[in-house]
Design a protein around this ligand. Structure first.
Ligand code: PMP
Ligand code: GLN
Length: 384
């Protein structure tokens, strides 16, 4: 293993899902639903396969139907206009979009400011691109993890090339507010930064939280690479269909890297996802309402079990504090949890450079059937 990757080892998701399989524990670790997405969209994939659409290499930028559907989705929901031919790129999941964006946009030594805790592929991809990551820590404040805008401003130097954002935020469930985003956008314009924004949980916002793409703010469209994914929105994480929307020069940069990573991926699934993006609003509302009910169930259960619960405004994850239960080390806690309680969770410390800041936090996924969540809660209550 080379020096760029040496510090990363095996991703926590593989480690914890293997632990769940080995112990037979309920897996609330890795974020994937235990119910597949809509039947009609699965049928659309089968039809594409049967009709011979996408069984051979699809076009490099993605099939025209999907690019058009992505552009229509951004227009309909956010009023953002993107040209499907020059401003949309289909990728092998958001994971490849993140990698290709960083590989295509960073020069060696460039600094990337990212919100900590961060999704684990960010650090590895920044390293592969020869960049330097500069974390800005979200800190617990009145039940949520919040960004300190002064800290963000102080983190930007003359070497900063881009801000890597994620909202709704994995693992904390924080949704950046319109005011926060406006301030970040001003900073990006003032310091002439690019923004890569991971919005894979855009449809999972609850209560009065609102998802606002940073690309909608003044001066941002031309400097922002927005990333979306079908995995989370349509519950098809195995299909690996993601996308990028950005100005032509940025899409070209991302595509330059992407063409040598996978070239293309997921042929028949691209056609199915094009149909999924055109589902009526009722699909998106029902999906969100279902996840909100699951969040409420798990949040109440974890509270009763004695965890400190940070109620998420978005995503399908709950970050908990294990200190009220008398524990302090999330790693040790998660490694022992399958044996002690028959449940798997993720230690948030893996998402931090400042490991000590993340030590007492543990993440549970609630994208599971209600009966599964209820059983997990029963087991976790036995911990106290
Ligand atoms: N970004 C975030 C914040 C995620 O949680 C995930 C996991 N789904 C990804 C990106 C990767 O998405 P995909 O499965 O589409 O590669
Ligand atoms: N995004 C998912 C999570 O945070 C996992 C994706 C993966 O396994 N790489 O749990």
């Amino acid at each position: 293993l080379n020096r760029r990757l040496a510090e990363f080892g095996t991703t926590i998701f593989a480690e914890m899902s293997a632990l769940a399989v080995r112990t037979g524990a309920i897996n609330l670790g890795q974020g994937f639903p235990d119910t597949d997405g809509p039947e009609e969209i699965r049928e659309a994939a089968v039809r594409a396969l049967r009709d011979g659409r996408g069984n051979q290499y699809p076009p490099g930028p993605g099939v025209p139907e999907l690019r058009a559907a992505v552009a229509a989705h951004q227009q309909r929901r956010y009023g953002l206009s993107y040209d499907p031919d020059t401003e949309v790129l289909v990728t092998a999941g958001a994971t490849e979009a993140i990698a290709a964006a960083l590989l295509g946009l960073l020069e060696p030594g460039d600094e990337v400011v990212a919100l900590e805790p961060y999704y684990d592929s960010y650090a590895a991809c920044i390293a592969m691109a020869g960049g330097r990551r500069v974390p800005v820590t979200l800190r617990p404040h009145e039940g949520a993890f919040r960004l300190d805008l002064d800290e963000l401003r102080d983190a930007v130097t003359d070497r900063t090339r881009l801000l890597l954002l994620n909202t709704p935020h994995n693992p904390t469930g924080t949704v950046l507010t319109r005011e926060e985003l406006a301030a970040i956008a001003e900073l990006a314009v003032e310091r002439d930064l690019l923004v890569v924004t991971d919005e894979v949980y855009e449809h999972l916002v609850f209560d009065d939280a609102e998802h606002v793409p940073i690309a909608t703010f003044p001066g941002m469209r031309e400097r922002t690479v927005t990333i979306g994914s079908a995995g989370k929105t349509f519950s098809f994480t195995g299909w690996k269909v993601g996308w990028v929307t950005a100005a032509p020069a940025l899409v070209t940069a991302v595509r330059s890297a992407k063409q040598y990573l996978t070239y293309v991926a997921s042929g028949p699934f691209q056609y199915a996802v094009a149909e999924a993006l055109a589902l009526p609003e009722t699909y998106f509302t029902a999906f969100r309402d279902d996840m909100r009910a699951k969040r409420d169930l798990l949040a109440a259960g974890l509270t009763e079990a004695g965890f400190g619960v940070h109620r998420p405004a978005g995503t399908y994850f709950i970050t908990t504090d294990i200190r009220p239960l008398g524990f302090g080390d999330g790693f040790a806690f998660c490694r022992a949890l399958p044996e002690r309680a028959g449940v798997v969770a993720i230690p948030n410390a893996v998402f931090y450079d400042h490991r000590e800041a993340g030590a007492p936090f543990v993440r549970f996924a609630f994208c599971k059937r209600t009966a599964v969540l209820e059983e997990a809660v029963r087991r976790l209550k036995a911990l106290a």
